[in-house]
Design a protein around this ligand. Sequence first.
Ligand code: SAH
Length: 341
Amino acid sequence: MNNIYNITREELEEFFINNNEKRFRAIQTFEWIYKKRIKSFEEIGNISKNTIEKLSNNFSFYTIKIIKIEKSKEVNKYLFELEDGNNIESVLMFHDYGISLCISTQVGCSMGCSFCESGRYGKTRNLYTYEMVQQILEIEKDIDKRITHVVLMGIGEPFDNYDNVMKFIRIINDPKGIEIGARHITLSTCGIIPKIKDFGNEGLQVNLAISLHAPNDELRNKLMPINKVYPIKELIESIKEYINKTNRRVTFEYVMIKGINDTKECALELSKLIKGINCYVNLIPYNDNNYDGYESSSDCEIMSFYDILKCEEINVTIRKKFGDTITAACGQLRSKNMEEL
Ligand code: SAH
């Protein structure tokens, strides 16, 4: 049976029309699901018994389960168990501008970036749309507040699960659904060029972030194997095309790893590479995971790197360090849980 949270409003409308029901009933049903957060179709007040039966025969409300929560002042970390027993995690951050949730898109990841915990055990499978939607719904239930921002920066590569991720974005962005504004949604990718092109054609106002992490192929090949398939020059070209098409500013994420990609030469090379592009650089202090031998650049090294970019007139910010006390960097809670088993 299909899960109801896999279904976009358009698909639900189609289902209603194919079953000789009115389109507006589908819209109402969608609102009952996402605005009133019903847990069975019987709770719907204004549709016929017959329709309720049809819905119940076709769609389930199965929910993924929170099995562990680590809470601190600014960050909550959730470990979920999926229907098939796999685990994923989400990280909730309380900012002054709102509450943002970092969600997972896959069980594991096959991109194999050398500094990233999520790829350590490879990829088990893609998440279904409902498993992404429910990370939001279950956590909103836990905190009894609305999540205002969603970032697709948890476990997995969103563009390696393209179709399910696009459906997820449409459901949470839908004014009749969870209604998170497109500009409050950020998708982060390691740089799968054909999907960057597709994404540019979706007509969405969602923010795009690119995990760059190195200014040249030699270094990026070492940190991110995907670069051997989609090298930097072509990646930058595809981003320029994306910006031309969408008129949206992109973010380059750059993890600061001591002695590896944080030198003055790297900063200058990076500035040259992206000069003139409508973008900003987000410097991310490397979050130590104790297994890859890397260390974070010091605050002073990060500031020096920042200053060079500024001098070169590149827009740059430093990401606030969240969650390192509660194993909240990508994939770390899940790994910890696997080690404990
Ligand atoms: N696969 C996507 C999204 C998930 S990773 C991507 O590659 O963009 C989200 C971000 O966290 C990426 O920029 C990733 O490179 C970064 N990241 C991974 N491990 C990290 C670590 N140990 N410390 C800091 N950032 C890390």
